[in-house]
Design a protein around this ligand. Structure first.
Ligand SMILES: Cc1cc2nc3c(=O)[nH]c(=O)nc-3n(C[C@H](O)[C@H](O)[C@H](O)COP(=O)(O)OP(=O)(O)OC[C@H]3O[C@@H](n4cnc5c(N)ncnc54)[C@H](O)[C@@H]3O)c2cc1C
Ligand SMILES: NC(=O)c1ccc[n+]([C@@H]2O[C@H](COP(=O)([O-])OP(=O)(O)OC[C@H]3O[C@@H](n4cnc5c(N)ncnc54)[C@H](O)[C@@H]3O)[C@@H](O)[C@H]2O)c1
Length: 452
């Protein structure tokens, strides 16, 4: 039985970084990847979708030019988008990532990994051959998630898209129904709509982006309506059929829709099934980790399945914490009070820490300040496309911000100073003494603070 120091099962962004860090620190590392080294983010998630978003934002800005700088003639084409996505993903080939990992000193297997007791992993390759490894230090899991497909009558067997198909699109569908109004659904809905697709978003819940502030959801819904994207909330897809290039869809309330394409972006399922958690005495369906990302002795779990949020920056953050523990290095342990996120719609929707509702649910004595970004000096000079807001949530008992939201152009950048404030627990009194450059979007934060 081959013996190594560490086996990493699943090389999402964090798993890849962990394998690389451990190998370059001198450990004997085996990395096992069922599909592409790097995981969902570079091939089917963050990177290709942000290329699509960037292109659709360019179209939106060009359309705004009329009001700002005179006419622009536009002939939208998906060809450059598809070409940039193919280039970024190397046509969905991970050779460069594999080489990077091998150059760091790791052995990479394309196959599936399964725990087979403490510090033991069975690797099954595509040809069915199996090798069992013993891992002296232990095993790290970063298996990520896959799309959740709702149990809709007739859906199975139809050529519905998930994010994996949408990023491979070579043409814009004339019409598109998107199931799910979370980050995946709203980013892709707007990107395709701006290229001319007639888009309807079906959202189970009461509003888009349910984990964000309700004011952010309402603003995004207004923008979607203005851009001609139909949003049906409290909508439940009940039936689906596909014939002659058209989906026919029935909602639970009797509404019928048809579209050329159907995109399912309705949440994710953790890839924990079959990974052998029960062989080390753990619940096979859910895993919990401590502040060093340990799920058991000699077992570290990172990334989306670790249960603290599904973002690449979290997977990377947790990877470094696990790496330090595996390498017996000192350093801070995991803290989640200031996790930021940005949904790359236009306007961008960003947040950090707790929403007002979350803070109140925790029993905090909360004060809230909010301001209209479009009404700021920068919003006024920016003109069309400046819809937005800043909302800050203060814990009155400590006088620090526990959460904040920014909606607007560059919200993902503007949120960074609020992330610092929440992360470092900078008193609101100190934030109020800061000088905010005029006329920037981030200056609106000063106005929001004055509303507290
Ligand atoms: C459309 C879309 C857009 C997104 N946009 C953003 C964004 O803009 N910003 C952001 O921060 N996040 C974004 N995300 C989320 C981000 O992609 C994930 O949070 C990120 O990939 C981290 O995931 P992970 O480390 O858990 O693993 P993943 O990236 O999911 O990778 C896990 C890997 O493990 C492999 N694997 C699973 N089981 C096994 C096994 N038994 N053996 C071997 N290999 C296995 C899989 O093949 C996969 O390659 C997006 C996600 C999607 C779907
Ligand atoms: N920019 C980013 O950072 C980014 C972008 C995309 C995805 N992500 C990550 O990936 C995760 C998954 O994204 P997601 O959008 O699939 O998940 P999500 O769980 O955040 O949202 C899915 C939405 O679909 C709705 N839904 C579920 N079943 C439905 C049904 N049958 N009919 C209609 N609506 C239904 C839910 O109410 C929910 O609002 C996100 O939580 C996020 O962490 C991040």
């Amino acid at each position: 039985m081959p013996e190594v120091d560490l086996v990493v099962i699943g090389t999402g962004p964090g798993g890849e970084a962990l394998a690389s860090r451990a190998a370059s620190s001198g450990l004997e590392v085996v990395a096992v990847e069922a599909h592409l080294v790097g995981g969902e983010c570079p091939y089917y998630g963050c990177i290709p979708t942000k290329i699509m978003v960037r292109a659709s934002d360019a179209l939106a800005e060009a359309r705004r030019a009329g009001e700002l700088a005179g006419d622009v003639s536009l002939e939208p084409s998906w060809a450059p988008v598809a070409a940039r996505v193919a280039e970024a993903t190397a046509d969905w080939d991970d050779a460069v990532a594999v080489k990077r990992l091998e150059d760091a000193g790791a052995v990479v297997h394309h196959g599936t990994g399964r725990l087979d007791g403490p510090r033991r992993v069975v690797v099954t390759l595509a040809d069915g051959s199996e090798t069992t490894y013993t891992a002296r230090r232990g095993v790290a899991l970063d298996p990520g998630t896959r799309p959740a497909v709702p149990p809709v009558d007739g859906l199975e067997g139809t050529p519905y898209w998930t994010n994996r198909d949408a990023v491979r699109a070579t043409a814009v569908p004339a019409s598109l129904v998107v199931v799910g109004g979370g980050p995946i659904g709203v980013e892709l809905a707007q990107a395709f709509a701006r290229f001319g697709s007639r888009v309807t978003v079906l959202q189970h819940g009461e509003r888009l982006l349910e984990r964000d502030e309700p004011e952010a959801s309402a603003l995004l819904e207004q923008v979607f309506m203005r851009e001609g994207i139909r949003v049906l909330t409290r909508a439940e897809l009940a039936t689906a059929a596909y014939a002659d290039g058209t989906f026919t869809l029935g909602l639970a309330d009797g509404t019928r829709l048809s579209a050329e394409r159907l995109l399912v972006g309705a949440g994710r399922i953790p890839n924990l099934d079959g990974i052998g958690l029960e062989s080390v005495g753990l619940d096979p369906h859910a895993v919990s980790v401590d502040e060093r990302m340990r799920a058991a002795d000699g077992l570290w779990v990172i990334g989306d399945v670790a249960g603290h949020g599904a973002f690449t920056h979290l997977s990377m953050y947790q990877s470094e914490i696990a790496a330090r523990d595996i390498l017996d290095e000192d350093g801070p342990t995991a803290e989640y009070h200031a996790v930021p996120h940005t949904t790359f719609t236009d306007p961008e929707v960003a947040g950090v820490g707790l929403t007002e509702a979350d803070a109140r649910a925790r029993g905090l004595d909360v004060k809230v300040g909010q301001t209209d970004l479009g009404a700021s000096s920068r919003g006024y000079t920016h003109g069309p496309g400046s819809d937005g807001l800043v909302k800050v949530v203060e814990d009155v008992s400590t006088g620090v911000l526990v959460g904040a939201a920014v909606v607007g152009p560059y919200a993902g950048e503007i949120i960074s100073m609020l992330t610092l404030a929440v992360h470092a627990r900078i008193p609101v009194a100190t934030l109020r003494t800061m000088i905010y450059a005029y006329p920037t979007f981030h200056r609106a934060i000063e106005s929001a603070l004055s509303e507290l």
